[in-house]
Write a protein that binds this ligand. Structure first.
Ligand SMILES: Nc1ncnc2c1ncn2[C@@H]1O[C@H](COP(=O)(O)OP(=O)(O)O)[C@@H](O)[C@H]1O
Ligand SMILES: O=C(OP(=O)(O)O)[C@H](O)COP(=O)(O)O
Length: 394
């Protein structure tokens, strides 16, 4: 990576505005997976250990510019305090008098976490005033939020225009490892795309088709493709206005000789719950009132074989609603296949990383990225806004 990092700057006595990605899975007020918090610890400890005052900023969920009680960062601050072994002060504001007061009380080595930056309507608009307000709090900007580096927001991009701006250790590691894997990919190269953020992820498929040998689709994303093939999908997740795009991508894959795989069979349920009635059905038999929440056994077997025959596998997005035991088998099977392939394996995405951790396969992967959309956009060859504005190495 040709960007400056925290190794290249003096931080003693400085106030550092450090963007992290603490967008962690939650259940009520409990952090259910702290992978992303742990991943930021080396940077935070480097800063505190070298005498900086550290202001941490993160988003959590998608509150759309207003305060949402369940998306406050207090549980994250508590978990971070435990992990760091020091008190992390948390403000209820993103900026303003409460934050300024907390800042005035900070000593070198202290850590302050400001409230969920997406409570402020200016964050996602990359509002210039908000970016300036963030910059005015500090002497240095550090971006360690690889998971949010594909967003050009006030705390990930705008703020960097006003301060010396460098990458944290996590950002550096992600860019280096992913860049290395993709510079000259070993083949067969397989990409597996699943999850629920259809709007975000469908576009990356376009560029991935130019790079991979096998493209595997699963999770909520699959049903827009299955519908595009002309099948009825009942109440399964559908992004109606992306059906044409799905058709276009399948055509492109065919034209380019890329092997495109979508589920052949699925697990359908009459309710979105662990106690729902379920059935295994072919994709031509999804009942009108049911929704497909996992891939079926034939699909699991087929995907397992492709993964085991691959030399490089990137996986982003679970194959089903893995949080519910009843619909976790597809995601488990794919995680197991990745753990047992000889190929180099890269996992991306908050939920995929959480799934791999939950099923006990994290140590068997070559790289578990903290970014889902970010790793995909990086692997597509796009320049990430959260990286572009950082200072270049001299
Ligand atoms: N068939 C499906 N229907 C609805 N939601 C699904 C389905 N398959 C997976 N999901 C959901 O997708 C979510 C993860 O999606 P996403 O955020 O895109 O993944 P990641 O965080 O790994 O990038 C999980 O919460 C999972 O329950
Ligand atoms: O969880 C995230 O993305 P991911 O689900 O693609 O890994 C990042 O924190 C970015 O969140 P966003 O997709 O709401 O901008």
């Amino acid at each position: 990576m040709n960007k400056k990092t925290i190794r290249d700057v003096e931080v003693q006595g400085k106030t550092v505005f450090c963007r992290v990605d603490f967008n962690v899975p939650m259940s009520g007020k409990e952090v259910t997976d702290d992978t992303r918090i742990k991943a930021a610890l080396p940077t935070i400890k480097h800063l505190t250990g070298n005498g900086a005052k550290v202001i941490l900023a993160s988003h959590l969920g998608r509150p759309k510019g207003e305060a949402v009680e369940e998306l406050r960062l207090d549980p994250v601050a508590n978990r971070l305090s435990d992990l760091l072994g020091q008190t992390v002060t948390k403000t209820d504001e993103v900026h303003g008098s409460e934050v300024n007061q907390a800042l005035s009380e900070m000593e070198n080595g202290d850590v302050l976490l400001i409230e969920n930056v997406r409570f402020h309507p200016g964050e996602e608009k990359n509002d210039a005033d908000l970016a300036k307000a963030f910059a005015d709090m500090a002497d240095l900007y550090v971006n360690d939020a690889f998971g949010a580096a594909h967003r050009a927001h006030a705390s990930t991009a705008g703020v960097a225009e006003h301060l010396p701006a460098v990458a944290g250790f996590l950002m550096e590691k992600e860019i280096n490892v992913l860049g290395q894997a993709l510079s000259d990919p070993e083949r067969p190269f397989t990409a597996i795309i699943g999850g629920a953020k259809v709007k975000d992820k469908i576009g990356v498929i376009d560029n991935l088709i130019d790079k991979v040998d096998h493209l595997i689709i699963g999770g909520g994303l699959a049903y827009t493709f299955i519908k595009a093939r002309g099948y009825e999908i009942g109440k399964s997740l559908l992004e109606e206005d992306k059906i044409d795009l799905a058709k276009e991508y399948m055509k492109k894959a065919e034209d380019k000789g890329v092997n495109f795989h979508m589920p052949e069979d699925v697990i359908v349920a009459d309710d979105f719950s662990d106690s729902a009635n379920t059935k295994e059905v072919g994709i031509d038999s999804i009942p009108a009132d049911w929704e497909a929440l996992d891939i079926g056994p034939k699909t699991r077997e087929k995907y397992d074989q492709i993964i085991k025959d691959s030399k490089l596998v990137i996986w982003n997005g679970p194959m089903g609603v893995f949080e519910l035991e009843t619909f976790a088998n597809g995601t488990k099977a794919v995680a197991n296949a990745l753990a047992n392939t000889e190929g180099y394996t890269v996992i991306g995405g908050g939920d995929s990383a959480a799934a791999v951790e939950k099923f006990g396969y994290a140590d068997d992967m070559d790289h578990v990225s903290t970014g889902g959309g970010a790793s995909l956009e990086f692997m597509e060859g796009k320049e990430l806004p959260g990286v572009a504005l950082l200072n270049d190495k001299e």
